[in-house]
Design a protein around this ligand. Structure first.
Ligand code: S3P
Length: 178
């Protein structure tokens, strides 16, 4: 059974390095919505960076914090929410987001993702000996979850401005369809 939907917000899901935060900020500015980033909220609540949460408490503890964070957003309105790449892997997270947000997935190829994340150190899952292979494997594993978004936007063929515009158009269509 599908829970009733009351689309007030936009949630951006997708793999690391697909531009969720950058596009999210642009969309929020355009709509005059609040921009929220689940990683930033978790880091603020935990008082330490994601890498430290993973290293000291483990990934399971991070996923628990992430789930609590997602649930805490259910009463939000007029927000653009950029989510961590692992959020939709927990079906309860996606179900929660869908009650109040249009869920848009930003999609990119493993090559493009590698280009975007290489040289960065704040993502524990790609701080591994063979990050390119890790991206390929993790992206393939997660694809079925990302495909459950309401809208899938292929970022490879478009400018940031075009991607942001597409997200806004889809949001307006979804709101008017109510
Ligand atoms: C993760 C993605 C990261 C962050 C954490 C785990 C993932 O967020 O939540 O490092 O599992 O893909 P971004 O997608 O914003 O990089």
């Amino acid at each position: 059974m599908t829970a009733t939907r009351n689309i007030q917000n936009i949630a951006l899901i997708g793999f690391m390095g697909t531009g969720k935060s950058t596009i999210g900020r642009q969309v929020a500015e355009h709509l005059r919505f609040t921009f929220l980033d689940t990683d930033e909220l978790i880091v603020a609540a935990a008082g330490k960076p994601v890498t430290e949460i993973f290293a000291q408490q483990g990934e399971a503890a991070f996923r628990e914090m992430e789930h609590k964070c997602i649930q805490s957003l259910e009463s939000r309105t007029q927000a653009v929410i950029a989510t961590g790449g692992g959020v939709p892997v927990n079906p309860a997270n996606l179900a929660s987001l869908k009650t109040h947000a249009l869920v848009v997935c930003l999609w990119a190829s493993p090559e493009k993702i590698w280009e975007n994340v290489r040289g960065q150190t704040h993502r524990p899952l790609v701080n591994v000996p063979d990050p390119k292979e890790k991206i390929r494997v993790l992206l393939a594993e997660r694809e079925p979850f990302y495909r459950q978004a309401d809208v899938l936007v292929n970022t490879g063929l478009r400018s940031q401005k075009e991607i942001a515009q597409q997200v806004i158009t889809q949001f307006r269509l979804a709101r008017n369809a109510r």
